[in-house]
Design a protein around this ligand. Sequence first.
Ligand SMILES: [Zn+2]
Length: 220
Amino acid sequence: MTNVFFRPWVGENYKSTGFNGKHILVLGESCFCGECPGCATDGHNDWWEEEEWQRCRDLIPDVVTDFLAYKNGDPKNWSMRSYRRFTDVFMGRKCTPEETQAFWNSFVLYNYVQTSLEGPRISPSQEEWATGEKPFFEVLAEYTPDVIIAWGRRLWNNMPAGFRLDDSFQNRWGDGLRYYNNGKRDIPVYACYHPSTPAFSSEDTDYFKRLLEKVSEVSK
Ligand SMILES: [Zn+2]
């Protein structure tokens, strides 16, 4: 994955069992790694201590590891709060730390935009969105998920259009599934509201459940 800067979190059971036999790629939007503009775009050079640069690249797995170590996540931390909500809504109940850990060890989490933004939770520019496409397809080639769950309407609107649409399964705002091909298979993409927003709610639980049923049909 030569174009990927921010390495994904890869659950230890992703490849073997996944989540009940489904291999799920959860897709977030972007990363903000602090006062280090250029860490992603300039590559490793004299400006960067190797260790510091590698730490930027491991931002996603490091945040997830911290989240799981905190048991229920630090509620003051925006990422951890989003992770917590996603877990409980996806599973349809308030999960124990053990259940949370098992869930996160079943899937891959990757963030689409491959350059660090200038601040947390700001909207990526067109140039920043453009950094995502090539690495994204490398991640798909590497992990061949059965389904992608994209977090947020803004991300959804800025991802590649896909080569096929499937309106037989619609998300909460009425968009169907989109398909990408990674050279091995067609991969459906479903978009949910971002777990940090109030729109993401217990209503989503049933959508996730039906999505996995739909994925079983598609992959037959
Ligand atoms: Zn950085």
